[in-house]
Design a protein around this ligand. Structure first.
Ligand code: NAP
Ligand code: HSE
Length: 441
């Protein structure tokens, strides 16, 4: 076995994932050294936090002198060879990653918001300073999907991805379905388990999953994607009515990412709560688990499944990246980030994407309501495959009720125009809630 000196890690962030990285290295550091033939020895040289006095549940003692609250100190420390950014956000995190690249220190990050929002700037710095950014932990927690797309599918044209890529929202939908928990109670559980973002709004409004989808699409299609160009809606408006209705029709409700290349080269990319058939394999993805189905023109369909969030699974991906970063310091491995190679890429406007739909209206009940809504749908040539107005068993004479319509496949833009007109009816009390009905052939 070769022996070599240990590389120092600057661990920026010592929360759920940062302390998971510490624990994993503490537990498996010797294993890593053995498996790399003695090439990779790692130790934590500095830790950045906001509050060094905070109690931390870690394996083994963490020497107090490792902590700093000044990121410049961490990046500039000559004992730090590799910088691991796990603080989250897009401001301080950007400054840390940029400074590390300028100092030619490889970066490992789990920060999908940072890379989706500001990756173009950071990967340009990565190229300029010939220093890699590794980001396996940024997408789908413990599932090694980034390296799979970068390496294993390099010989494929990627026809599509579809998947469940936010553990928190999948956990919440599952607990609402299986344990009849309220949305708020289920979210509180996900936070306590370390699945949610520091700002959980990103989990429930769909944007955490959207950031991950942008990273996958960027790698697969080779052009930078402006987050403003994609359609995102989250699970905040999912109600037990929707879950029960889906179930009665043979579907389950999931926050689904759909990324698909169309024959003209346009890329469809959207995140929406969706009905998916109970018999489809993605319907069996429960709790914090994620799954990403990749369709390559050569490989055909592959499915990647595993824990999409949480301390140890995410640390598993970050530690794998650390080993790769360490190897890159020992020998040049080439640039590992996003390399733009397609000049004319474009995102398909969501108005041009087509599926069937489930739409829930909050209506004031009176004779003729269904007919008024149905007439506007017919005027817009949108077919109806079913409608239902569940009676509230606790209050059968309720003046307000949920009325749902199942609609045939049509472009989303056409549906939106019809819904804008329906919203003007005086019996409609709020914005209609739309779910896609996906066939996922
Ligand atoms: P977290 O538990 O909130 O931990 C954040 C850590 O960063 C804390 O130690 C905090 O210090 C420190 N910190 C935050 N802002 C700071 C600042 N401005 N200066 C210095 N220190 C700062 O977050 P997390 O769940 O570990 O997530 C970290 C990153 O990993 C995020 O980008 C997240 O999106 C990503 N990620 C998380 C998961 C997951 O399952 N949690 C999975 C994949 C990716 P204190 O401890 O003193 O408060
Ligand atoms: N908050 C994220 C999730 C963490 O729930 O999926 C993993 O990226």
């Amino acid at each position: 076995m070769n022996s070599c000196s240990s590389l120092g890690i600057g661990l920026a962030g010592f929360g759920t994932v940062g302390s998971g990285v510490w624990n994993t290295l503490h537990r498996n550091g010797d294993l890593i050294t053995g498996r790399t033939g003695g090439d990779v020895r790692l130790h934590v040289a500095k830790i950045l936090v906001r509050d060094p006095a905070k109690a931390r549940a870690t394996t083994g003692d963490v020497p107090a002198e490792l902590f700093t609250t000044d990121w410049n100190t961490l990046v500039a420390d000559p004992a730090v060879d590799i910088v691991v950014e796990l603080i989250g956000g897009t401001t301080d995190a950007f400054d840390i990653v940029a400074a590390a690249l300028r100092a030619k220190k490889p970066v490992v990050t789990g920060n999908k918001a940072l890379l989706a929002e500001r990756g173009v700037e950071l990967f340009a710095l990565s190229r300029e300073f010939d220093t890699p950014i590794h980001f396996e932990a940024a997408v789908a927690g413990g599932i090694p999907i980034i390296r799979t797309v970068q390496d294993s599918f390099i010989g494929n044209r990627i026809l599509s991805f579809s998947g469940i890529i936010n553990g928190t929202s999948n956990y919440i939908l599952g607990r609402m379905t299986d344990a009849a928990l309220t949305f708020e109670a289920a979210l509180a559980e996900a936070q306590a388990l370390g699945y949610a973002e520091a700002d959980p709004a990103l989990d429930v409004n769909g944007w955490d999953a959207a950031h991950k989808a942008i990273l996958l699409a960027t790698l697969a299609y080779g052009f930078p994607i402006d987050p403003k160009s994609i359609h995102v809606s989250g699970i905040e408006q999912v109600r037990p009515t929707d879950i029960h209705f889906a179930k009665s029709l043979g579907y389950v409700v999931k926050l689904l990412a759909v990324i698909r290349e169309h024959p003209d080269g346009a890329v469809e990319l959207r995140l929406q709560p969706s009905f998916i058939p109970k018999s489809h394999i993605l319907a069996s993805v429960h709790g914090v688990f994620n799954a990403v189905a990749v369709h390559g023109d050569a490989a055909g369909e592959s499915l990647f499944y595993g824990r999409g969030a949480g301390q140890d699974p995410t640390a598993s991906s970050a530690v794998a990246d650390l080993v790769e970063a360490a190897r890159s310091l020992r020998q040049t491995t080439g640039h590992r980030g996003f390399l733009p190679y397609r000049e004319n890429g474009r995102i398909l406007p969501v108005a041009e994407t087509s599926t069937a739909y489930y739409v829930r209206f909050d209506v004031t009940d009176r004779p003729g309501v269904i007919a008024e809504v149905a007439k506007i749908l017919a005027d817009h040539r949108i077919g109806i495959s079913g409608t239902h107005s569940p009676v509230n068993p606790d209050n059968p004479d309720a003046e307000f009720l949920d009325m749902v319509f199942l609609l045939h496949t049509c472009p989303f833009g056409k549906l939106q125009t019809a819904l804008d007109a329906i919203e003007q009816l005086d019996c409609i009390n709020s914005k209609p809630v739309v779910f896609r009905i996906e066939t996922l052939a």
